[in-house]
Design a binder for this molecule. Structure first.
Ligand code: NAD
Length: 498
């Protein structure tokens, strides 16, 4: 492997606490700046998955884990957070090699994973069981228990952050977790397994199984011993998994795609709006579920604002994710780059006008990389395919609107409902639009800001269920009502025994 920043045993996967050679198809992680291979190894097979689940079941049933007191389990989560924190530099380099994201972005993702483990340690220690109001002669209580063995299936765009968002609350809740990261970005999830192991997570409670979605992912969803799934990924996959979970009557949360509207009213601070919009769509090269990929600008300022935005976009620094100052790095790989290019071609065929970008950057340093210039497209109606479908690349469509009612109608006229950005100095108006727009998260005069204490999720084709926040622990537990008789008397229905 060219990059030596990982600590897990080379070429192995983590099967129920043991580093083993996978029995599945080979996986190659590439560095998308120049197309070089980081590492090739065998991913997990169905049999590896079966073994992982069996070990997880045994480990979770062990009273030492199942009955571990919350403050003791919280200590373990803090040790995992410490392990990530001590290695942020190394982890971010690894993730930049694996995904092509800039070092600034991957360092932020690693730092957010630290925060996630610490937050759920705190939630665990402060989430009380409740005595409920008595309605009779019993003491009544609501308590929470682990589900058992649970599955986490994650995509390639922000692996350590999406892994942590599932692992931290699931382990806090007392479960064992079988994690399947994407084959396109397997390395950081394996490194996280190594850190959990070093932190003293009991053997068997975690498996990390990079491998085929149809083989290993499908096994995790269908397996009778898996009691809950948290999935982050594309909408088509999410729908399929939702159907499978429904047949099993198994809870599932689905964090899916988006085509999020950003709205600029005529009274907005335009410099702030331009900076926020650039960050919202072009950071991570647009490979972000919450990317603000549909921009609505009020007609009275449309021409001048779009001109300003295009000028700022042309100044973005596109390049090597490891180079200081890079803002727009390559996409995950050339396969995905080709798919994004297909969308740009489709936009032109639909009658769209490319205002900037739309092609690969020129120059030797880009020759072997999965690059696309930041692209802005105008002149399409909201009904065009380019405006309806998630592109998952550095591509922004701009559309004009007349007034609040018009932009709410256009913004909501889309299957997705993940996020929205609103730029205005009129706070009551912003509040009103925020309430009317179909989105799990709304940002006012900012974009793509995250807090682990604020719930996150989507509506419509963007999924169902929420992660993060205090309630993020409860979704990984079963709730149970307990009644305890206080009278010591036989039930009157039965009469007094002779
Ligand atoms: P994907 O749906 O192709 O894959 C996601 C994961 O599911 C991968 O690990 C994959 O191997 C697995 N998978 C695929 N088919 C499966 C099957 N039949 N059974 C079980 N598992 C299966 O998505 P992707 O291309 O990896 O990620 C990009 C998508 O993820 C985008 O649509 C993006 O918007 C979405 N995403 C959503 C969020 C969110 O929080 N809403 C966050 C990040 C990414």
């Amino acid at each position: 492997m060219k990059d030596t920043t990982h600590d897990f045993p080379d070429g192995r996967i983590f099967v129920g606490g043991t580093w083993e050679h996978g029995q599945g198809a080979p996986i190659t992680s590439t560095f998308s700046h120049d197309g070089s291979a980081n590492i090739t190894f065998n991913g997990a097979s169905r049999e590896d998955g079966e073994r992982a689940i069996a070990r997880a079941k045994a480990a979770q049933a062990d009273p030492a884990w199942r009955n571990m007191l919350p403050h003791e389990r919280a200590k373990l989560l803090h040790r995992i957070a410490d392990g990530i924190e001590a290695n942020i530099d190394r982890i971010s380099r690894l993730q930049s090699r694996d995904t092509g994201k800039t070092l600034t972005e991957t360092a932020a993702l690693a730092a957010s994973a630290v925060g996630t483990f610490r937050y759920f340690a705190a939630v665990l220690e402060t989430s009380d069981e409740t005595l409920t109001s008595r309605r009779g002669t019993s003491l009544t209580a609501s308590v929470h228990e682990p589900i058992g063995v649970v599955g986490a299936i994650t995509p390639w765009n922000s692996p350590i952050a999406s892994d942590a968002q599932k692992l931290a609350p699931a382990l806090a809740a007392g479960n064992a977790v079988v994690l399947k990261p994407s084959s396109w970005s397997p390395l950081v999830s394996l490194e996280l397994a190594r850190i959990c192991e070093e932190a003293g997570l009991p053997k068997g409670l975690l498996s990390v199984l990079p491998g085929s979605g149809r083989e290993v992912g499908n096994l995790i969803v269908e397996h009778a011993d898996i009691g809950r799934i948290a999935f982050t990924g594309g909408t088509d996959t999410g729908r399929r998994l939702g159907e499978q979970a429904g047949r099993k009557l198994m809870p599932i949360s689905l964090e899916l795609g988006g085509k999020s509207p950003t709205i600029v009213f005529e009274d907005a601070d335009q410099d702030l709006a331009v900076a926020g919009i650039l960050f919202g769509i072009f950071s991570s090269s647009g490979q972000s579920c919450i990317a603000g990929s549909r921009l609505f600008v009020q007609r009275s300022i449309y021409d001048a604002f779009v001109e300003k935005l295009v000028a700022a976009t042309k100044k973005l620094r596109v390049g090597d994710p490891f180079a200081k100052g890079t803002q727009v790095a390559p996409l995950i790989n050339t396969e995905h780059r080709d798919a994004v290019e297909g969308y740009i071609k489709g936009a032109v065929e639909e009658g769209g006008e490319i205002l900037c970008g739309g092609k690969r950057p020129e120059g030797d340093q880009y020759a072997n990389g999965a690059y696309i210039e930041p692209t802005i497209i105008a002149g399409l109606p909201n009904t065009a395919k380019t405006c309806r479908e998630e592109i998952f690349g550095p591509v922004l469509v701009v559309l004009p609107f007349d007034d609040e009612a018009d932009v709410i109608a256009q913004g909501n006229d889309n299957d997705y409902g993940l996020a929205c950005g609103i730029w205005t100095r009129d706070f009551p108006r912003a509040w009103c639009v925020a309430g009317a727009i179909k989105a799990g998260t709304v940002w006012i005069n900012t974009y793509k800001q995250f807090s682990i204490s604020t719930p996150f999720g989507g509506d419509g084709a963007s999924g169902m269920g929420r992660e993060k926040g205090r309630e993020g622990l409860r979704v990984w537990q079963r709730q149970k009502g307990i009644y305890c008789d206080l009278t010591g008397q036989p039930h009157p229905w039965a009469g007094v025994p002779a």
